[in-house]
Write a protein that binds this ligand. Structure first.
Ligand SMILES: Nc1ncnc2c1ncn2[C@@H]1O[C@H](COP(=O)(O)OP(=O)(O)O)[C@@H](O)[C@H]1O
Ligand SMILES: [Mg+2]
Length: 268
């Protein structure tokens, strides 16, 4: 099991869209995926049409009153599971801050999942801030996958994240965490700017930038309101194609061959 924090302190850069659609594309390839929604806004949760589930989040598990296994719910998709979020989770920030081991609460909460080996990848959909939930995500993660929107100042935000990753490493809370990948999102082929930004990021981080670039497409922004991933909502479109390509590249980079798993009947 590998834990990937999908993080960028900026909002609206495609973290949730990437957590949900990369997760679903990996599951389509046969991997077992857990998406942990760490954003009190609960956008990943509602992307699966599960916003009605109230009072269910990682909160109780984070403060030590529940086991993470009790917070995991199946989605409609084979091999995709979620720990949902709701606004209560915002309270966890305050509560955790008071705890002694406040940096490693999430890592400890997730630890039993390593022993069970029920998932191939756990994707942590981080909130858009450098707060305690995000630093906990970095302390719990094997690596960070950072979506960057193809716009000016994309690199400046990245410098900040790299700095926080270093802080988490230096603190001893998690010495293995590293920036493992950068995904360029909302690429607009009609503007020069998008191509310039991708070039610039590639110049600075040639190893880290994914070859797959996610295009800007209204389909990707529509899918969550139907509670569907792009793979279901517009399976043959450019958005689905991009996230499938991203999943394949992700698997190559993690040296994982897609397993052949028997599809179980889908409940719709
Ligand atoms: N490639 C894309 N093309 C068009 N819209 C997108 C794309 N990626 C994300 N969006 C939309 O942009 C908004 C922000 O994306 P989101 O994934 O929620 O960002 P974050 O989680 O970083 O805040 C959402 O409304 C989402 O549907
Ligand atoms: Mg989000």
């Amino acid at each position: 099991m590998k834990t990937i924090a999908i993080a960028n302190q900026k909002g609206g850069v495609g973290k949730t869209t990437t957590a949900v659609n990369l997760g679903c594309a990996l599951a389509e390839r046969g991997l077992r995926i857990l998406i942990a929604d760490l954003d009190p806004q609960g956008n990943a949760t509602s992307s699966f049409g599960m916003q009605e589930i109230e009072g269910e989040s990682l909160y109780d598990a984070l403060v030590g009153n529940a086991a993470v296994a009790d917070k995991i719910l199946p989605t409609r998709l084979d091999r995709v599971f979620i720990v949902p979020a709701d606004l209560d989770l915002a309270g966890a920030e305050v509560e955790i801050a008071r705890m002694e081991n406040h940096l490693t609460r999430l890592a400890e909460t997730l630890r039993p999942l390593h022993d069970d080996n029920a998932f191939d990848f756990v994707l942590l959909d981080c909130p858009p801030s450098l707060g305690i939930l995000m630093t906990n995500a970095l302390a719990a993660a094997d690596e960070l996958l950072t979506p960057l929107q193809c716009e000016y100042f994309a690199l400046e935000g990245l410098v900040k994240i790299v700095h926080v990753v270093e802080q988490v490493r230096d603190s001893g809370a998690n010495t293995r965490v590293r920036l493992g990948g950068i995904v360029m999102t909302m690429f607009d082929s009609r503007t020069k700017l998008s191509a310039q930004v991708v070039d610039e990021v590639r110049r600075h981080f040639p190893e880290l930038i994914y070859d797959t670039v996610v295009p800007r497409t209204v389909r990707l922004s529509e899918a969550p309101s139907f509670g569907k991933s792009i793979l279901e909502y517009d399976s043959a479109g450019v958005g689905a194609r991009a996230y499938r390509a991203l999943a394949d590249e992700f698997l190559r980079r993690h040296a994982v061959a897609a397993p052949v798993r028997q599809a179980t009947p889908r409940i719709t």
